[in-house]
Design a protein around this ligand. Structure first.
Ligand SMILES: [Zn+2]
Length: 319
C-alpha cells in the first residue's frame, strides 16, 4: 500500500530530525562545479605573457576558518563584500608565465584530487592553449596540498613531463626531514607523505634556491615565511613592468587583506604569517604593484589598495 501525499507530508512534519541531517549532508558535499566559460585571463608584463588559469574552489564552513576573531566579526566582514556568511569558497588559480623562451607555472593546482569542486585546470589550460608538455619549469611557492597535488596524476605520473621543479630550500628541507613532523601543527602533518609522493616522478629535476635568489631570468623570489616555513612570493619583471605572485600571503582578500590581523586556519605559524602579510600588502599597495593571489577571486589578478585599517582588492581590468 502506498502512502498518500498527505500522509507522507505528515510523516515529514512529525519527523523533523529525519529532514535536517539530509539538508546538512547537502551542504557538506557540494555538487561538482558548474562549467563556466573557459577560466583563463591573459595580460602582458613587458615582453612576458601571463595567463591565470582557474582550477575551481573548495567550499567549507566559515566557522573555524579564522582562529583569532569571533565568528560574528568574520561574518560581518564577509557580508561587507556580499559573500555568504555560512560557507566560504576558497578559489584556486594557477599562474603561467611565458617568457618567450620558457613556459613557467606557479604551483600545480589540485589535479582533481582534492575536492569535487576543483580540477578544472587541465581543461582550462587546453582552452587557453597551454600544453602541460611545454611547461619547462614549475615554481612551487609552498607545499600545501592544494598547490602540489596537481604535480602528479592519481597513479603518480608527472603531469608536467618536461618540467624542472624549483622550490625554496627551507620549504623543501622542512617537509622532507621526517624529524620535523612532530614539530608541525597536527593539521599539516599529512604534507610530509604528500611531498614525497608528488615530487617522486621529478627526482633529479628538483632545483632548490635560496629565498631572494633569481629563480629564472626576470623571476625573483622573496622570502614570505609564516604560511609555511619556506613560503615564497615572486616578482615577475620584464621591460620595466612587473607583477607580484603573492601565493598564499593572504587567503581571500575580502577577509584577510580587508583585515590583515585575521589569522586563518591554514597558517603554519600564524603570527609570522600575519607579520609577512602586513609587510607584503604594505609594499604592493605603496608601490602600486600588480598582484596575483592563488586564492583571490578569478581572475585572481589586480591591485591591493589601502582602505581604512586594511586593504581592498581591486580586480584587474587589463585587456
Ligand atoms: Zn593555498
Amino acid at each position: 500500500m502506498f502512502p498518500t501525499r498527505r500522509a507522507a507530508l505528515v510523516v515529514a512534519l512529525a519527523a523533523p530530525a529525519l529532514v535536517r541531517p539530509a539538508a546538512a549532508q547537502t551542504a557538506a558535499a557540494p555538487a561538482p562545479a558548474i562549467a563556466q566559460a573557459p577560466g583563463w585571463y591573459r595580460f602582458r608584463v613587458g615582453g612576458f605573457t601571463v595567463t591565470t588559469v582557474f582550477d575551481g574552489y573548495n567550499r567549507r564552513p566559515v566557522e573555524g576558518l579564522v582562529r583569532n576573531t569571533p565568528l560574528p566579526e568574520v561574518q560581518a566582514t564577509l557580508a561587507e563584500s556580499f559573500l555568504p556568511t555560512a560557507t566560504y569558497d576558497g578559489p584556486y588559480t594557477v599562474t603561467f608565465v611565458d617568457t618567450g623562451r620558457l613556459l613557467i607555472a606557479f604551483d600545480a593546482g589540485t589535479g582533481g584530487q582534492l575536492t569535487p569542486t576543483a580540477g578544472l585546470l587541465a581543461a582550462n589550460m587546453a582552452a587557453a592553449g597551454l600544453d602541460p608538455a611545454r611547461v619547462g619549469l614549475v615554481i612551487v611557492t609552498h607545499c600545501h596540498q592544494d598547490h602540489i597535488h596537481g604535480l602528479t596524476t592519481r597513479d603518480g605520473t608527472a603531469v608536467f613531463p618536461n618540467a624542472e621543479i624549483a622550490i625554496a630550500e627551507p620549504e623543501f628541507a622542512w617537509w622532507t626531514e621526517a624529524g620535523n613532523e612532530t614539530r608541525s601543527p597536527e593539521g599539516q602533518r599529512g604534507n610530509f607523505a604528500n611531498v614525497t609522493r608528488r615530487f617522486a616522478p621529478y627526482q633529479g629535476r628538483i632545483r632548490r634556491f635560496a629565498p631572494g635568489a633569481e629563480v629564472s631570468p626576470g623571476i625573483q623570489s622573496l622570502a614570505a615565511f609564516g604560511h609555511t616555513p619556506g613560503h615564497c612570493i615572486f616578482r615577475v619583471a620584464d621591460g620595466g613592468d612587473q607583477v607580484m605572485v603573492l601565493a598564499d600571503t593572504t587567503h581571500r582578500p575580502e577577509l584577510f587583506a580587508r583585515r590583515p590581523g585575521m589569522q586563518s586556519l591554514f597558517e603554519f605559524d600564524a603570527p609570522a604569517a600575519e607579520a609577512t602579510r602586513r609587510r607584503v600588502l604594505d609594499m604592493v599597495a605603496t608601490d602600486r604593484i600588480r598582484v596575483i593571489g592563488y586564492h583571490f577571486p578569478f581572475p585572481a589578478a589586480g591591485f591591493i589598495a589601502r582602505d581604512g585599517e586594511g586593504y581592498r582588492y581591486v580586480r584587474a581590468d587589463w585587456s
